[in-house]
Design a protein around this ligand. Structure first.
Ligand code: FAD
Length: 454
């Protein structure tokens, strides 16, 4: 039995093997921090789990003491869902076990892994699966929300590659979820976020990728943003599945620019042909598309989005990448208060778009998302940067399709936005919730209410 005297009381977690961090501890200040510096919460206890047994102990403890639970994988959630005031953080960070089976092209991975760590292991065998575009993002929060990345066009979302998972549910039992064991739970965790329990192990399908692929980005003057994104719209409409490409308005060392970042995961010859239009259009003022290690492509955005900046993000799926939307984005980006901020267009296309809407809990198959990512250094500039993102997002509303990616909900968004994040799958998710978490123990997330509580 581990006994910890903390500022919030005495915590006794039977059989807990990992570290327990409470407010008086020297480690507490750092341990309570998450990726977004805007989030400033003070949990009563941070339970740094070493395995499923610790997760069970932490969940049992929180439930028996009536304390809220926040689940933390990589701590990247911009809304700060991986921490809380006065509750228990089930911190999965130390759980970084991973085992690749090259023969079956599968991997078992624990939830504390970041994508850079995951890729490091799978790339040793020339294998990969769809993961996030920032190497520091946790595999677990990204996966349970859906997960788009450079391989989405060819291999679908992260959830489309999930074969099974181990889940600690609200009563503290550990269940296997797969297409043949607890299939309703398996459906729910593939996009339903952290509503049903804590995933302690993920099993993914892997694909031959790399070690070299073709990727990078092209950059154009911001004055040409309308033509560039108009071109991008046509380009992605006819690109093969091997291509995943995002368009961005961002600020480089020389000032604002329009950029298209792309990856092609097929052969160099196919890539040369498929990406040639990107290199020819304009032509770009800077063309950084060429052969690139897959792991470098996966880290392409790391520098632009480092941890501990101030962040306020708003997102929506669009009815289309129309000229009006492009003009609006150009107009707002011309007034961006921070050079770190980015407006990003993310299509869910190719294989990711062909999966039926009800096949997994992640419903946004097809369509283009706009991500309005406000990032800034100086807390004194918070109001201006939050207002920019909010106003931009408000102006986008006439072009929004009524869908939002659950992993990009802002902290100040309510139940109505959670409902549209799950779209037509909400009612089914509520039934799964009622079965596996009827008392809504796991509620610090994009919360699906069990029917009795809605
Ligand atoms: C810089 C940056 C880049 C990003 N790029 C992408 C991208 O390319 N593609 C994309 O799809 N998304 C992207 N995102 C969004 C990302 O998917 C979310 O921020 C996601 O929540 C991050 O996962 P995490 O484990 O780091 O988060 P955490 O903050 O640790 O967790 C977020 C929430 O996920 C749930 N959760 C986490 N772990 C578990 C678990 N083991 N079991 C059950 N529930 C769990 C919990 O509800 C938790 O509150 C990006 C975010 C950032 C900040």
């Amino acid at each position: 039995m581990t006994v910890v005297a903390g500022g919030a009381g005495v915590h006794e977690l039977a059989g807990f093997r990992g570290e327990l961090v409470t407010p008086p501890d020297a480690a507490y200040e750092e341990a309570r921090g998450v990726w977004n510096a805007m989030v400033d919460k003070r949990p009563a206890l941070i339970a740094r789990c070493t395995g499923a047994a610790d997760v069970i102990a932490a969940v049992d403890y929180a439930r028996e003491n009536g304390m809220p639970i926040a689940v933390r994988g990589g701590a990247h959630n911009v809304a700060g869902l991986s921490t809380c005031d006065g509750g228990v953080v089930v911190d999965l960070g130390p759980m970084k076990g991973i085992r690749v089976d090259p023969a079956t092209r599968t991997v078992h991975a624990q939830p504390g892994l970041r994508w850079a760590e995951f890729d490091h292991e799978t790339q040793a065998f020339g294998l990969a699966t769809t993961g996030g575009t920032n190497g520091d993002t946790g595999i677990s929060g990204l996966t349970v929300g859906g997960g788009f990345g450079w391989l989405s066009g060819k291999y679908g979302m992260a959830v489309d590659n999930l074969l099974s998972a181990d889940v600690v549910i609200a009563d503290g039992s550990l269940l296997k979820a797969s297409s043949h064991e607890n299939p309703d739970l398996f459906w729910g965790i593939r996009g339903g976020s952290g509503n049903f329990g804590v995933v302690t192990s993920f099993e993914y399908r892997l694909h031959p990728v790399g070690p070299m692929i073709t990727g990078g980005a092209v950059f154009h003057p911001i004055a040409r943003v309308r033509e560039v994104i108009g071109f991008y719209r046509e380009f992605i409409a006819s690109a093969p599945d091997e291509v995943t490409a995002y368009a961005a308005l961002l600020t480089g060392p020389g000032g604002p620019m329009a950029a298209i970042a792309a990856a092609h995961c097929g052969t160099p010859r196919d890539a040369e042909q498929a990406l040639r239009p990107l290199k020819e259009f304009g032509p770009p003022v800077q063309d950084l598309i060429g052969p690139i290690p897959y792991v470098v492509q996966q880290a392409l955005l790391d520098e632009a989005m480092p941890p501990r900046l101030h962040n306020y993000w708003k997102s929506d799926f669009l009815t289309g990448l129309t000229d009006d939307v492009i003009a609006l984005a150009a107009d707002f980006y011309a007034r961006v208060p921070s050079p770190r901020s980015v407006a990003l267009f993310v299509p869910i296309n190719g294989a990711a778009a062909r999966v039926p809407v009800d096949a997994t809990a992640f419903p946004h198959r097809g369509g283009v998302m706009i991500g309005i990512y406000s990032l800034w250094d100086d807390p004194a500039r918070t109001d201006a940067n939050v207002a920019w993102a909010r106003d931009f997002w408000q102006a986008v509303q006439p072009f929004a399709s009524g869908g939002v990616y659950v992993n990009e909900l802002a902290a100040d968004e309510g139940d109505d936005r959670v409902r549209i994040a799950f779209g037509p799958n909400y009612e089914r998710l509520a039934k799964v919730k009622a079965k596996y978490d009827p008392s809504n123990l796991f509620r610090l997330n994009a919360n699906v209410r069990p029917p009795t509580q809605s």
